[in-house]
Design a protein around this ligand. Sequence first.
Ligand code: GDP
Length: 296
Amino acid sequence: MVLADLGRKINTALVDLTKAPVVDEKVLDALLRDICAALLASDVNVMLVQRLRNNVKKSVNLNELGGGANRKRVIQKAVMDQLYELVDPGVQPYKPIKHKANVFMMVGLQGAGKTTTCTKLASFYQRKGWKTALVCADTFRAGAFDQLKQNATKAKIPYYGSYTETDPVAIAQEGVDKFKADKFEIIIVDTSGRHKQEAELFEEMKQISAAVEPDSTIFVMDGTIGQAADGQARAFKEAANFGSIIMTKMDGHAKGGGAISAVAATDSPIVFIGTGEHLHDLDRFEPKSFVRKMLG
Ligand code: GDP
């Protein structure tokens, strides 16, 4: 079930609640059944769905609540609080510091949208007045440097890369050193991906990370992958110890469950979501407004 449908289903369940003449245990159970079924159909991890259900039940004590309107309000608030909690690990992401070099290292599988996201992120900071640059340390995918160069040129962002150097660690190091010397404040390093999680990729990420010592490592994840999100996010967390997540392709057929599972599996906050292929299609992620928007 895609994100918009998930929102609609939950919304309908909540509207049904407001229409119920009496609110008893049966009505509450029916509401939770509908919401949980929608979350499961969107590939949210079953343990998380169970937790949501139990937490709502725990925080709503029908015997202690007064009349119908009050009961409905309490139940609605309990459901909303749990939905927020699903996408909010309660961890603050790295905040760049002005007049200092802040190095971001981007990791993720090939095709996730890493290169596109690097330029979007660079452009975001540049528009906010930060002196921003891009480093292409993806020597694995043919054409990666050209793609980054093209995007960066269009967005008027300085970049560094090489057609001849094949060692991604050397390029990353050179690029970061160069931009640090030139007093850049945001330096975004694009690394290579692979089609699947594999030892070679994880080793390369570790080496680049040791060389450039990023202030923030960001995991770029395809928002459309559903069930696989949990395992993929865990594997990258273990190998790259990323601090935050950017979820891409949330404009198309993203189920949303992937995003929710990735946050829960790694206790890492989503900082942005990609909402299209263009430079400006990057939205800051805020748990409450994300949930409210999803519910329409
Ligand atoms: P990389 O291999 O991880 O560097 O992936 P790319 O940056 O080359 O992106 C792979 C494809 O996903 C490209 O066709 C991008 O235009 C597309 N893409 C990236 N982010 C988004 C997004 O947020 N929404 C949509 N619809 N497409 C995206």
